[in-house]
Design a binder for this molecule. Structure first.
Ligand code: AMP
Length: 458
């Protein structure tokens, strides 16, 4: 892979209709992941790509798929299947396909839990070329006989690490086993850990490995700071931070639905008393219905929301390039969640800033994050104010800081002590809704002979 990176989409072997669609959406330069994935994907290679959301990864697989679709009248069964972890991401990926399919009649359907089954059944019955869905709902359709995978020539596992985190591995394997063996498989993930490599070893055939890892992106574009703080002063300091920053558009992440709803109410009260600020606050969490969530996403995109209070599961699907600030009001349990949260800002090369509220027991988490992104987070001055006024002798260790940076301990979770009203089990409950099947994982190593070189063109 020493060939120079294409600077313009016109340097890629794309059809005139695709070039026109790209011009229409106003994209001229492929992002690094697109420049690297598209040429190989068009040649039919399996791809193992490391990239987070916000890097343009969706188009890196959507463009080559769209370029190679047969018309429905020639190929009546679905041809490409994109598996994603959440309904929000399914909707987002669906939107990208529709946008990029401009100028060429293409049938794309979104099959995710929480959406109307009848509508999905109707669309599938009518005939589709591309299916974008969450594994649970895809299996549901396979079982009902409404989705037949015999014509699939490309499968994408998008945000594969997240799908494994949620427990979708058995479902993913079940689906892959139903797809033709000589298909093309593209696996995209923010991390390429052991689990991902194991999945890739089983289901990908001599993949081209492409590393556009998030740590480079975070380092380049997103300023990241932490504020050391005790639980009882978080709300007060959050208000100070908001007053200081006056963010054009911010997402505040909490760990649970209850915590999210509570902070939302507190912020509403705060801004009701400051009408001159004209700050519009909204919330999004797993207790909201899909239409309610869609409405919030739409309002966010249309800039009708200034501050959104969100949980991880739902917040992960947010793709709004104008987000300027991320505030981790509650620290995430996992480094990957941190990376995904922070990735809501600084999208497509824009600048952004992220603040993390770190409790006195959470120094180890900060250390883990710093190791993960290979960079030290800067301490925000707001923490010093708090530290000097509030630090207790027991917590300070004589240093005056409320954060104790204990050594990294693998697999350690945030204890409940730092986050008073949160219940970590709730986030898991939110995603369980999308998991109708509990099938046992099956292991099989594919030894398929793959035919290459027959690039399919519209
Ligand atoms: P993704 O990483 O796929 O979630 O994409 C992040 C955002 O960047 C989405 O809003 C895309 O529509 C947008 N995008 C993707 N590729 C490009 C590109 N080459 N130029 C400009 N915007 C892009």
């Amino acid at each position: 892979m020493t060939s120079p990176m294409p600077e313009h989409f016109s340097e890629l072997p794309l059809s005139p209709v695709m070039q026109r669609a790209l011009a229409q959406v106003g994209w001229s330069k492929p992002s690094p992941i697109q420049a690297r994935v598209i040429p190989h994907a068009l040649e039919g290679y399996d791809i193992l790509g490391q990239a987070r959301t916000g890097t343009g990864k969706t188009a890196s697989f959507a463009i080559p798929i769209l370029e190679q679709l047969d018309p429905l009248r020639i190929h009546p069964l679905p041809q490409a299947l994109v598996l994603v972890p959440t309904r929000e991401l399914a909707h987002q990926v669906y939107g990208e396909f529709v946008k990029l399919a401009e100028g060429c009649p293409t049938e794309v359907v979104e099959v995710a839990g929480g959406k109307h089954m009848q509508k999905q059944l109707k669309a599938l019955g009518h005939g589709v070329q591309v299916v974008v869905g969450t594994p649970g709902r895809v299996i549901d359709h396979i079982e009902r006989g409404s989705l037949r995978l015999g014509g699939i020539w490309c499968v994408v596992l998008d945000e594969a690490d997240r799908m494994l985190d949620i427990g979708f591995r058995p479902s993913i394997e079940r689906i892959l086993r139903r797809c033709p063996e000589n298909r093309q498989t593209m696996l995209l993930s923010a991390t390429l850990d052991e689990r991902i490599r194991d999945l890739a070893n089983r289901y990908l055939f001599e993949p081209v490995v492409i590393d556009c890892s998030d740590k480079d992106v975070s380092v380049e574009t997103i300023e990241q700071r932490f504020i050391s703080i005790s639980q009882d002063r978080k709300q007060e300091v959050l208000f100070q931070l908001l007053e200081r920053e006056q963010p054009p558009q911010a997402i505040i992440f909490c760990r649970t639905k209850i915590g999210t709803a509570k902070l939302h109410r507190q912020l509403e009260r705060y801004y009701v008393n400051r009408p001159e600020r004209k700050v519009r606050v909204e919330t999004i969490h797993g207790d909201m219905s899909q239409p309610q969530r869609d409405e919030v996403f739409k309002a966010l995109r249309e800039n009708k929301i200034d501050i959104l209070v969100a949980t991880d599961v739902v917040g992960r699907g947010i793709d709004v390039s104008s987000i300027s600030h991320i505030i981790n009001y509650d620290m995430p349990d996992e480094c990957d969640d941190y990376v995904h949260r922070v990735g809501r800002t600084g999208r497509m090369g824009r600048s952004g800033i992220a603040f993390s509220f770190v409790g006195k027991d959470q120094g180890y988490l900060l250390t883990e994050i710093e190791q993960r992104i290979n960079r030290m987070l800067e301490k925000d001055p707001l923490s010093e104010v708090v530290g000097k006024r509030r630090v207790s002798p027991a917590a300070s260790n004589g240093s005056g800081s409320e954060v104790s940076a204990s050594p990294r301990s693998a697999g350690q979770k945030v204890s409940g002590s730092g986050v008073g009203d949160t219940d970590p089990s709730e986030s898991a409950a939110e995603v369980q809704a999308d998991l109708p099947f509990g099938t046992a994982p099956a292991s099989r190593t594919l030894g398929r002979a793959k035919s290459r070189g027959s690039v399919r063109r519209r």
